[in-house]
Write a new protein. Structure first.
Length: 284
């Protein structure tokens, strides 16, 4: 544990995902950012990168985003993995901790993807049990992120937004609203993204994600690849998110085709400008 208290989020609510190629530059230049977010699994071992993250956390709030807890699995949670996540949280003292409405492990094997689950009463019970167990172990409220969707189970009986809302009601968790994922899923399954937003309770939205996507080459679908700037229609949807949920912490995600740090900072500045416009309009 480190002695200094982590900084709190200021009026600058936009942040970026911290990726290894940018780590030294951020440490050297100290750009103005609301927060940094890291994938938990990249920092679970004692490495130089973890030491540098602990140093950066003295200047920036940090959000920890898990990708392998497999909360949607029908199996029991991996207690070893959960323990590693708890140790990282105790070391970094993040402002937010999040995971996904998905599963990614079976029989001790971890799959390199976030896989969908059927939205049924049975899977809702299991998912809520796992969220509750994780929160109790971590001593922290989790934010659960909505996924991007490319298939649906025929026997699903609960709309996704309702599934998330009921999870939050039962467990006390929050929701991480990924705006790009909503846009991608709405395009792929031809539903209204604003109607999806309207189905989420505003008081449990703890974070927002923005990212790029691409069109698939061999199908009429969009792919959430986090490999480009945020698309104009996603920025437009973000303004609707601000109208409904207000300026909560907003992350620019970029994981493939990683650009220069200045590009990420420019995207974060635009998100911050839109949040400021909303904030000033509310005060007028």
């Amino acid at each position: 544990m480190i002695a200094t208290k982590p900084p709190t989020l200021s009026n600058r609510s936009a942040g970026i995902g911290l990726r290894l190629p940018h780590l030294a530059e951020i440490a050297a230049t100290g750009p103005q950012l609301g927060f940094l977010e890291v994938h938990a699994e990249n920092y679970m071992a004692e490495t130089a990168a973890l030491d540098r993250l602990v140093e950066l956390r003295r200047d920036y709030p940090v959000s920890v985003h898990g990708v392998a807890l497999s909360l949607g699995s029908a199996e029991q949670l991996d207690r070893v993995h959960l323990g590693r996540l708890m140790a990282l949280i105790e070391r970094v003292e993040p402002m937010l901790v999040s995971e996904h409405l998905a599963w990614s492990a079976i029989g001790g094997n971890y799959l390199n993807d976030l896989l969908p689950l059927p939205y049924t009463e049975e899977s809702l019970d299991v998912f809520c049990q796992h969220v509750g167990e994780a929160q109790e172990t971590l001593g922290r409220r989790l934010l659960i992120e909505n996924p991007s969707s490319y298939l649906r189970f025929r026997h699903s009986t609960i709309p996704e937004a309702e599934f998330l809302t009921e999870t939050a009601r039962r467990t006390g968790c929050g929701i991480l609203c990924d705006v790009n994922n909503i846009y991608v899923s709405a395009n792929n399954f031809r539903f209204g993204p604003v109607a999806y937003l309207d189905s989420l309770p505003a008081d449990v939205i703890g974070e927002i994600h923005l990212a790029g996507h691409r069109a698939a080459e061999d199908a009429d679908i969009l792919i959430d690849d986090h490999g480009s700037r945020v698309a104009p229609p996603v920025w437009e949807l973000y303004t609707a998110v601000l109208e409904r949920f207000g300026p909560v912490p907003t992350l620019i995600e970029w994981d493939t085709n990683l650009p220069a740090l200045d590009v990420l900072l420019d995207e974060a500045r635009h998100a911050q400008e839109l949040a400021n416009i909303h904030r000033y309009a509310q005060l007028a």
